[in-house]
Design a protein around this ligand. Sequence first.
Ligand SMILES: Nc1ncnc2c1ncn2[C@@H]1O[C@H](COP(=O)(O)OP(=O)(O)O)[C@@H](O)[C@H]1O
Ligand SMILES: [Mg+2]
Length: 159
Amino acid sequence: MSDTAKIQTLEYRRDEVFTVADESESCRLAERFVAGLQPGDVVALFGDLGTGKTALVRAMAPPLGYMGFVNSPTFSLLNIYPAAKLEIYHFDFYRINIAEEALDIGFDEYVQNAGICFIEWPEKIIDLLPEKRWEIHLEVPDYVNEPTGRSIRIRKFAP
Ligand SMILES: Nc1ncnc2c1ncn2[C@@H]1O[C@H](COP(=O)(O)OP(=O)(O)O)[C@@H](O)[C@H]1O
Ligand SMILES: [Mg+2]
């Protein structure tokens, strides 16, 4: 069971939950979503290990004009992808202990400039997230019976 039709008509509602059956559908949703992003937007990706945060960033990079390799910056904390019109900043804060470590790599400046920020493990720096942001929440509702199924909640926060 999935929300194929709903994905195809994705509009920018404030809070929407999508059920997808497999990774290709996750990617389709991500492509629809990214088409509506503006320069400077910040996207926080919540979800346990293996729920597909990096997979979504990988799907969103080509529509933004970056055709290269996308992998979790687990060790470097930040990958910068030079896309056609703007830079993509891909953060992964899984390994940090305190939020100051994000500030040390210039997080504050990156979220304020015109590039697009994707942030894995935003819970680690929750107080540093800008008020205006997108949140994507990934869950695996039934790993035993539907290991590739995901629940994907997209929320828009604007002050
Ligand atoms: N519906 C789905 N959406 C996203 N990824 C999926 C889906 N079904 C299976 N997968 C797999 O789950 C894994 C997600 O890994 P990854 O994106 O690295 O997760 P995370 O970054 O959240 O730790 C990948 O191996 C991907 O192929
Ligand atoms: Mg990841």
